[in-house]
Design a protein around this ligand. Structure first.
Ligand code: SAH
Ligand code: SF4
Length: 365
């Protein structure tokens, strides 16, 4: 393994905020602070419930706490989810939101309502270190990791902005900006908060992390007793081509990936999603489809075809509709479960790989 791979070093972390912010703290962290105020630990459970079950956004609303404590918290502790600075509604019903973090950095998330459920697409980092050549986020480089609070904050800010009705299931996909396996500790801390029975209680099977194939991270994820579902961005079927568009393949190639995924401990009926971006003339041949079907048969899987979403300066094109259908049919004929992801939010650049912010430029300014 080459020692000078940028993504082998951890991404920079957020600077400490000047004031303690209850939004996104774990119950243990809440209890720790409440203890300094002389409060018993069950108060942490009450605060947690107020934040996630009742979705209260200011301390006065916390009627499950004594008035004196509310007043104390109002002075002492902030309660601030990330600000939404911009929202672009797409014709297809999805909305792309830009979130401003405490240090001024911006990340994006997408709210996608479907019949009977809502899917939220989340960012895990500001930028991304992986440098995939077809991806707008990859082109901006890495700025920093998101904290667990900032990840949970995207969920809460979107639920509040859309007045998400109670009882409608929420699906979460880490398919926004960043590589979740490059920030696994914070992603898993956010996962613990989001699945907590005393809060949003999102079932783990409704949460999916998508990775470009950081084997070290996938192996760590496999060891968690409770974990989200896994999606792999395959996007190439030969090492030569995959390495060209996804530099991570030079470290962990297709064989290493297959070996890791075959050993990944799946639950009953669980499948690994293989995302496959169709790039005209690069990844869309029927030979690719054949190799993709061979790869997909190595472990329980389903394939998600994503026609390339164009963005400025990408240098790739989307294959035509006929080729997309042909590619899809080739897989179906070989008994592969396959869907074509018609990216939502394309008209507002909220689709996969179009989530890019001026973070880098802002930093340099
Ligand atoms: N870093 C993670 C998750 C974020 S990218 C990963 O790579 O899996 C989410 C998905 O968007 C990935 O499957 C990626 O291959 C895809 N993607 C990136 N840029 C794209 C583009 N321009 N068009 C279509 N899909 C793209
Ligand atoms: Fe990062 Fe994923 Fe984009 Fe690759 S596709 S640069 S891993 S966000």
């Amino acid at each position: 393994m080459t020692p000078d791979i940028p993504w082998e070093s951890p991404a920079p972390e957020a600077a400490d905020a000047p004031q303690l912010n209850a939004a996104g703290l774990s119950k243990a962290q809440l209890a720790e602070h409440l203890k300094t105020l002389g409060e018993p630990s069950f108060r942490a459970t009450q605060v947690f419930e107020g934040l996630y079950k009742h979705r209260w956004t200011h301390w006065e609303a916390f009627t499950n706490l004594p008035k004196t404590l509310r007043e104390r918290l109002h002075v002492d502790v902030a309660l601030a989810w990330p600000d939404i600075t911009e929202s672009l509604a797409s014709e297809d019903g999805s909305t792309k939101h830009a979130f401003r973090l405490a240090d001024g950095q911006l990340v994006e998330g997408v709210h996608m309502p479907y019949a009977g459920r809502t899917t939220l697409c989340l960012s895990s980092q500001v930028g991304c270190a992986m440098g995939c050549t077809f991806c707008a986020t990859g082109q901006m480089g890495i700025v920093r990791n998101l904290t667990a609070a900032e990840i949970v904050g995207q969920v809460m800010a979107m639920l509040l902005a859309h007045q998400h009705p109670e009882g409608v299931p929420i699906n979460l996909v880490f398919m926004g900006m960043g590589e979740p396996m490059h920030n696994l500790a914070h992603v898993m801390a956010a996962f613990a908060l989001l699945t907590d029975a005393g809060g949003l209680a999102i079932p783990p099977r409704r949460i999916t992390v998508s990775t470009c194939g950081l084997v070290s991270g996938i192996e760590k994820l496999a060891a968690f007793p409770k974990r989200p579902r896994l999606a792999l961005s395959l996007n190439g079927t030969t090492n030569e081509y995959r390495s060209r568009i996804m530099p991570v393949n030079r470290v962990w190639n297709l064989e290493a990936l297959a070996k890791t995924l075959m050993a990944f401990p799946l639950e009953h009926n669980e499948r690994i999603t293989l995302e496959y971006v169709l790039l005209k003339g690069v990844t869309d041949s029927l030979e690719d489809a054949r190799r993709l079907s061979t790869f997909a048969r190595k472990f329980p899987s389903k394939v998600n075809l994503i026609p390339f979403n164009a963005h400025e300066g990408a240098g790739f094109e989307e294959p035509g509709e006929a080729r997309i259908q042909e590619f899809c049919k080739f897989l179906i004929d070989r008994d592969i479960t396959v869907s074509v992801r018609r990216s939502r939010g394309q008209d507002v650049a909220g689709a996969c790989g179009q989530l890019v912010r001026e973070g880098r430029k802002q930093q340099e300014a």
